[in-house]
Design a protein around this ligand. Structure first.
Ligand code: NCD
Length: 313
């Protein structure tokens, strides 16, 4: 697939493992630059605009770090409340204007579908950094990258996705990548936060071996990799409902005792109570390493979308 100029809205745009591998392979090669062990300013003539209309620390910092490590310049909103959107400007107008000032645009927005909308009238490369409860494609790529780094192979793994499968956009994007691998999936959530029907249809279509449950214990002894998620408070209309569900699953050392030996634990972060801090020193706790991997994946994507090749030597 051709990445040049792409408006990257959804992991559904990646049509095969080959497409995924192009990004992962490049991420691997740029790692030394992302860690500051090697230097490049290959994008010194480029400007990246970041628009974050929803809270973000990891995603924003790792996009910024990725751009800086490639020598690009960044323009961004310091505080969304200073944005012209608050004067009543439409998203269309804001983006059309931002496009005049930059070469690539990264946006996070609270509404599902906003990234697709944006892509309809933009002509510059664009990256969806999360659209409401919709998708978060760069997170999914860094998740797959992390799984490979932690486990070497994805094929053959039993993977449990646990927590808020309804509103968790990282889950939605990740499943669209995992469908290409030979895995077994356990989808564990409270009934109220179960996986959307559309995503189940995708799993059926790709003949993924999956089971749905409300209980972690059912599959813990055979799970190789556990991907925990936060109950997405900001998507709830009824805050009492959130209060009831927020502590449905908590991973502590007791859970690890019951789990298969060598269990890997991922989480897109931020965590609230889903993983107790006593787990942080467990060798399979990969969530901080996972956050670090965001830089390399985003460097790779920026290079691909701007069609710049690093001269690796
Ligand atoms: C996730 C998100 O924003 O969707 N965080 C992130 O980007 N690392 C997950 C979350 O907020 O729960």
């Amino acid at each position: 697939m051709n990445f040049e100029g792409l408006k990257f809205i959804s992991t559904k745009q990646l049509k095969s493992r080959k497409d995924i591998d192009i990004i992962l392979d490049l991420a691997k090669r740029v790692e030394p630059y992302g860690k500051g062990l090697k230097y490049t300013d290959i994008l010194k003539d480029k400007v990246m605009a970041t628009l974050f209309y929803e809270p973000s620390t990891r995603t924003k910092f790792s996009f910024n770090s990725a751009a800086y490590r490639l020598g690009a310049n960044i323009i961004s909103e310091i505080e969304p409340k200073f944005s012209s959107m608050y004067k009543g400007e439409t998203l269309q107008d804001t983006l059309r204007m931002v496009e005049q000032y930059s070469d690539i645009i990264v946006m996070r927005h609270p509404e599902r579908g906003s990234a697709k909308l944006a892509s309809n009238f933009l002509s510059k490369p664009f990256i969806n950094a999360g659209d409401g409860a919709g998708e978060h494609p760069t997170q999914a790529l860094l998740d797959v990258y992390t799984i490979l780094k932690e486990r070497e192979e994805i094929d053959g793994l039993n993977i449990m996705l646990c927590g808020d499968l309804m509103y968790g956009r990282t889950i939605h994007s990740l499943i669209e990548l995992l469908k290409f691998y030979e895995i077994r999936l356990f989808l564990v959530s409270p009934n109220q936060l179960t996986i959307p029907k559309k995503i189940k249809n995708t799993l059926d279509e790709y003949k993924v071996n999956y089971e749905v449950s409300t209980k972690m214990e059912d599959f813990l002894p055979i799970t190789d990799l556990l991907y925990m998620t936060r109950v997405q408070k900001e998507r709830f209309v009824d805050i009492e409902e959130y209060e009831k569900l927020k502590n449905s699953y908590i991973v502590d050392l007791n859970v690890i005792k019951k789990a298969k030996k060598g269990l890997s634990i991922l989480h897109p972060l931020p965590r609230v109570n889903e993983i107790s801090t006593e787990v942080d020193n467990y060798s399979g706790a990969a969530y901080f390493r996972q956050a670090g991997n965001g830089v390399y994946i985003r460097m790779a994507l920026i290079l691909l979308l701007l069609d710049r090749q690093l001269n690796f030597k």
